[in-house]
Write a protein that binds this ligand. Structure first.
Ligand code: ZN
Length: 423
């Protein structure tokens, strides 16, 4: 049996981030023309230089997402990218495409041919306004539809399209529209299962009206996808889950990540709290494997890298108890910064700081330094880091070795320097 079906995917309207310059209508309309690159046939009324730049961007995105999903694009993608809708004669654009573009949005339609439920091939066509990275978002849908025959459930489909449109070779830092970052900071809590459950019942992304939901929903989906793609704790499993989605299977997120859901939610909260342009989810990954011991009984030690986020000290603390610590070594909190000890510089950059994790909640961070004592603010596990802006870790270097033990018995442990003066 052969069947054909059309799967339209679309992009939410984000009206307020368009620049005024981009919106200013031209006096004259430019006749649409065809441009071609290795994988894309582009019909557009953009200026020739802009059309060629867009094709180059398409090729970069397609190369990177094909590498991520491990499947080269099948065939050529066809894209209608519209600058001025009035330049397009009636009948050239599909009615759905024209309606989406009039709404300053986009849509990708995919026709698939399958045999006994098995995907044979697909043909995706993109219709998109030239504005606001909409074509780059849609090209990710088009690759998925044409290569795999599907794009997965709505949250995955849209989250990955938001992610893929910004991908650049060798760039692992966050690059996203700033209003999405600001919105994520405003969220008190975000749970992976809530994001997934938003549309898990659908199984597959639906047409038009269903996907015209808020840009805030797109931001939440992007955040979850960005974290799971870039954080090694979850990346392998997430990629396998995605390939299952794309091939039309319906694995359950909660089952695939059973036993890790609390960790994902915790890391997602940390991500939304600290994300900025350039933030590196890979460097801020939490190490959940480290064994911890009661620091009052056993001295613990850890190597803390300047380039990473919070790292396990190995020390379990008791609220109100005093602990002594000493950090040896030097690190830099920027490529061109002076190397400092764990006291950091005069601004506090590069200073060793601590935080206590208990039941997936963090205490307020507190400053440490090269050596001294501190009082545990609560029961829990001590994590340490080199203080720096959260989106500026990548150019840090060096590490310090930190030892921690209960403050009583300091005299019997000469390997720790005496606590420093009060700071
Ligand atoms: Zn979309």
């Amino acid at each position: 049996m052969r069947c054909q079906r059309a799967l339209p995917f679309c992009f939410a309207v984000v009206a307020f981030c368009l620049s005024a310059a981009a919106q200013a209508p031209r006096d004259t309309l430019r006749e649409p023309a065809d441009y071609r690159s290795a994988h894309v046939l582009l019909h557009t009324d953009l200026a020739p230089d802009d059309a060629r730049a867009l094709l180059a961007r398409f090729e970069t995105i397609l190369g990177l997402i094909a590498k991520y999903w491990g499947q080269p694009l099948a065939g050529e993608l066809e894209c209608y990218v519209v600058d001025q809708l009035d330049a397009w004669p009636a009948g050239v654009l599909s009615p759905l495409g024209r309606a989406k573009i009039a709404n300053r949005s986009g849509v990708t339609t995919t026709q698939t041919i399958s045999n006994r439920g098995r995907f044979i091939r697909g043909k995706s066509i993109v219709y998109a306004t030239a504005r606001d990275s909409t074509p780059q978002h849609e090209i990710v849908h088009a690759y998925c539809g044409q290569t795999f025959g599907g794009t997965g459930p709505l949250w995955y489909s849209e989250g990955m399209a938001e992610l893929g449109q910004f991908w650049q070779e060798g760039q692992r830092g966050v690059q996203v529209k700033q209003h999405m970052v600001d919105y994520l900071h405003s969220l008190a809590a975000l749970s992976a299962q809530e994001i997934v459950a938003d549309d898990a019942a659908d199984g597959e992304a639906k047409a038009g009206a269903q996907t015209g939901d808020s840009w805030q929903a797109y931001a939440r989906r992007w955040a979850l996808c960005h974290l799971l793609v870039n954080n090694e704790n979850y990346a392998g499993r997430f990629r396998a889950l995605g390939l299952n989605y794309l091939s039309g299977a319906k694995p359950r997120f909660e089952q695939v990540f059973a036993g890790q859901l609390d960790e994902i939610d915790f890391e997602l909260r940390e991500f939304t709290a600290h994300v900025e342009q350039g933030y590196r989810a890979d460097l801020c990954r939490w190490d959940w494997q480290r064994k911890f011991q009661d620091a009052a009984k056993t001295q613990t030690s850890a190597r803390i890298l300047a380039q990473r986020g919070w790292q396990p000290s190995g020390a379990i603390l008791k609220e109100g108890q005093q602990y002594a610590y000493a950090a040896s070594g030097t690190w830099r909190s920027a490529a061109d910064a002076e190397a400092t000890k764990a006291d950091g510089d005069f601004r506090g950059q590069g200073r060793l700081e601590g935080v206590v994790l208990s039941d997936f909640q963090l205490s307020e961070p507190f400053p440490l330094g090269e050596n001294g004592t501190f009082t545990a603010p609560e029961d829990g596990r001590l994590y340490l880091r080199c203080r720096d802006d959260w989106n500026a870790l990548a150019d840090n270097s060096g590490f310090v070795n930190v030892k921690i033990r209960g403050a009583k018995g300091a005299k019997s442990r000469p390997e720790l320097p005496a606590p420093a003066d009060a700071r």
